[in-house]
Design a binder for this molecule. Structure first.
Ligand code: HAM
Length: 417
């Protein structure tokens, strides 16, 4: 085994064939769906000032406190690898002026969280996410949820379940947190050690705690929709009515609050039975973020690509783009001829390949089979002399002569037929 230094870091992976073809299918399908919904791709840097995340995600969230890869760069600036995509998007949009308020962007790429690696939990993972900007409006939220559902369906995940809730508007968050703090303080001795601390630092985190002792207590508390204001409740009901209007399926989870501080109003998570303990394959919600002097409101979500692929359980094909033709060369003169022909065919748009060094016929045919070539053009000294190459159909084994004078045209016609 290679020394540890030449392995990827723990919780990080190289992505290559055959799985990479599944990744590319996910990305390509996502682009099609996202363009249909009029979203434009945004690529932000992976490294940002730490402040960008502290400020938007909330300094007491688990992501910021325990999971960020943050460090000082050579110039003494605090920087961090992005743990999620929304903060960087907000940083970018805050420089756009009024256009930011109606922007619709999507992103795909790696995110970094220093969590303990386990199945479905990586330190470098990948998200496909969207941010749809605009002041709170139930229709915008419902549209974003429907995009989430349509994207999952396009990926072949009709069996994913949407869990929905509201956090109410920010103006009431402190009051709601106070009510939970009061209720939980009465039973503080029964909570896990983390939650004993969370009651004071970020009480809503107690609601997501996975420990069974905490779960039982949380289930006895009132749900958030029962604690929000009448207007906020009407907002949530309007989101649900929009979803009902198009018969979208969802379940209200009244104590689901999600782990990021920027959320208000609608929040959701997508779960899938194939995922086990880390069962959320996507999550999102409405948020309000202050970036520099600019206030930004929007709604968005991100799907984890690793977990999406786990949920798909190998349902996507692992084959790469088809190879039309493999050029087989026996002898130096055939290698020279095929070298030029291969280039001509590639320029003409064919997927083709050849060995650039002399190899036995057997080895070259094996290579043709390995890449799944549909045809092989076999060329040796006698073919060069007669001016006729042998084109073999790899599926049925039939062969036909190809005039070498106009080889590219003749091969192209047959391969494309
Ligand atoms: P999140 O729920 O933290 O939300 O992450 C979204 C998805 O990323 C999760 O559902 C999961 O599939 C995946 N994910 C998160 N952590 C890991 C990990 N350690 N390993 C593998 N997959 C992981 C956000 O990131 C928000 N920015 C979503 C959003 C966009 N809200 C509004 N706009």
């Amino acid at each position: 085994m290679a020394s540890e230094r030449y392995q990827p870091l723990q919780g990080m992976s190289d992505l290559f064939a055959p799985e990479i073809h599944q990744w590319q299918t996910l990305e390509q399908t996502a682009r099609e769906v996202l363009h249909r919904y009029q979203f434009t791709e945004l690529r932000t840097p992976i490294l940002e000032y730490e402040e960008v995340f502290l400020h938007s995600l909330g300094s007491t969230t688990d992501i910021v406190q325990k999971e960020m890869f943050a460090f000082e760069d050579r110039g003494g600036r605090r920087v961090a690898l992005r743990p999620e995509g929304t903060a960087g998007v907000m940083r970018f949009l805050s420089s756009l002026g009024p256009d930011a308020q109606t922007a619709r962007v999507f992103y795909m790429g790696p995110m970094f969280r220093s969590e303990r690696p386990q199945a479905g939990r990586k330190r470098q993972f990948h998200q496909i996410g969207v941010e749809s900007m605009g002041a709170p409006d139930p229709r915008l939220d419902a549209e974003c949820i429907l995009l989430q559902l349509d994207l999952l369906a396009a990926w072949g995940l009709d069996d994913a379940a949407l869990q929905l809730n509201t956090r109410g508007s920010k103006a009431r968050h402190a009051e709601i947190a106070g009510q939970y703090r009061e209720a939980l303080s009465e039973r503080i001795d029964e909570l896990c050690d983390d939650c004993k601390r969370r009651i004071h630092t970020n009480v809503l985190r107690v609601l997501d705690c996975k420990q069974s002792e905490c779960r039982a207590i949380v289930e006895s508390l009132p749900g958030v929709p029962d604690l929000v204001s009448t207007e906020d409740r009407a907002y949530f009901d309007a989101v649900c009515a929009c979803l009902d209007r198009v018969s979208a399926k969802y379940t209200v989870q009244p104590r689901m609050v999600r782990g990021l501080d920027y959320y208000e109003h609608t929040v959701w998570e997508v779960t899938h039975p194939a995922l086990g303990a880390q069962d959320a394959l996507a999550g999102g919600g409405r948020y309000a973020v202050q970036m520099g002097g600019t206030g930004l409101s929007g709604v968005g979500f991100a799907a984890g690509m690793e977990r999406t692929l786990m949920a798909l359980e190998g349902r996507l094909s692992t084959s790469g783009p088809a190879c039309d033709l493999w050029l087989v060369s026996l002898g130096e003169a055939a290698l020279d001829f095929n070298f030029a022909l291969c280039r001509e065919l590639r320029v003409a748009g064919l997927h083709c390949g050849m060995s650039m060094v002399a190899r036995s016929m057997k080895a070259q045919m094996r290579a043709a089979n390995r890449v799944g070539a549909r045809f092989a053009l076999i060329l040796g000294e006698s073919e060069l002399e007669s001016g006729q190459g042998q084109l073999k159909n790899m599926e049925d084994g039939s062969q036909q002569d190809i005039p070498l004078e106009a080889a590219a045209q003749a091969v192209g016609r047959i391969v494309r037929a």
